[in-house]
Design a protein around this ligand. Sequence first.
Ligand SMILES: [Zn+2]
Length: 147
Amino acid sequence: MKRISTERKTAYYLGMILVGIGFLLFFSVFITGAANFGDFSNFESEARSSIFRAVTGVALIIIGGILRGIGAKGLAGSGVVLNPGRARSELEPFSRMTGGIVKDVLEEADVELGGGSPETVVKIRCRECGKLNEEDSKFCQECGKQI
Ligand SMILES: [Zn+2]
């Protein structure tokens, strides 16, 4: 079973926190803007701080979102590092989370995943007891009669 590394979990939660702070900063602009509405005594510095908070808030939301994506999908999986092989293994826990149901359905429908033909198993039925034995077995596993 594949495990998501601590670094990726940290990146994921850090990203969530950044997005949260970003939203708070962004909306604080409207909250303070509404609270100070009509009060233009220090309009210029207020406007400057509002723009700063809005821009920082949006930047944090974007950076946090990217970080969270990297945490969830891994560096290669999110396309930061071009490495298809690594991307596949990094995406694996993530796609298992989201695509698990699809995979189950495909498996149920006997769709072969990941290539390779299924092995053909030849069995020999015992004439005495009807037990299915391995192709190369000389004696029945069930009753011991020669096949
Ligand atoms: Zn038998």
